[in-house]
Design a protein around this ligand. Structure first.
Ligand code: ADP
Ligand code: NI
Length: 221
């Protein structure tokens, strides 16, 4: 059994490691995204009474092997696994964290969420809160720029992605990403506290989109 001093040492070392790896990212998945998710996850964890070590470790490691960013793109959490092994994390904690990381990501509007445990639901809510609101808007455009996407094309309609394959291969505009994912999140939150925070951020995105289309002049398009 890992004692509290060991737990804190592992979490501090993990934060430092993730910070080094993700510091230079310009796709909206930099260290400060991880930091915000970590902080929000702790807040939700306190309200929900979940296993805090699992929640913190999963929050810190959740994007290290992201399919959108990892070169192989297959989403297998090999870096997270290697790190936890090197830190001597107990196998039941390690397996739980790996399961959360694998199932956390949004995989398309029509794809069911398979997150299974309270700890997973908390980290997923914390990650989703960072995808919406003012920060979410900023991250979406950072990601679009990073991937060479158009901000908006009034002639291109949003798509409904029934499978992960369709979602993953999509090259759509950032404005369409709001309709394909970001605006859907508020109704897909897992925890009450997460749902409350999501409402406010959702309203801000709606206001942003209304203003964006008004300035663009395609409100009736
Ligand atoms: P998830 O694992 O659910 O995708 P992440 O923490 O990896 O969550 O962050 C996803 C963020 O990346 C989105 O919220 C968005 O800001 C950005 N993103 C992903 N796909 C797109 C896209 N097609 N267009 C614009 N932004 C995107
Ligand atoms: Ni994330």
């Amino acid at each position: 059994m890992t004692n509290d001093t060991q737990v804190q040492a592992i979490l501090q070392a993990t934060a430092a490691h993730v910070r080094t790896v993700m510091e230079q990212d310009s796709s909206g998945h930099d260290w400060w995204h991880i930091h915000r998710v970590w902080r929000n996850a702790i807040r939700l964890c306190e309200q929900e009474g979940a296993d805090r070590f699992v929640v913190e470790l999963a929050a810190l490691l959740h994007d290290l092997d992201d399919w959108k960013l990892a070169p192989a793109g297959d989403g297998k959490p090999v870096r997270a696994l290697a790190w936890m092994e090197a830190q001597g994390v107990a196998s039941e904690v390690r397996d739980h964290v790996l399961e959360i990381i694998t199932q956390l990501s949004f995989k398309g509007a029509g794809v069911a969420n398979t997150i299974r445990t309270l700890e997973g639901r908390i980290v997923q809510d914390a990650d989703r809160l960072d995808a919406i609101g003012a920060v979410g808007i900023a991250r979406a455009f950072a990601y679009g720029g990073h991937k060479g996407r158009l901000m908006h094309d009034p002639d291109e309609a949003p798509q409904f992605h029934a499978t992960f394959e369709q979602y993953r291969n999509n090259r759509g505009t950032t404005i369409n990403h709001f309709h394909e994912k970001l605006l859907l999140l508020k109704d897909r939150m897992n925890t009450d506290a997460g749902r409350r925070l999501a409402q406010e951020r959702h309203a801000f995105m709606e206001a942003f989109l209304a203003q964006f289309h008004q300035e663009w002049g395609d409100a009736d398009h």
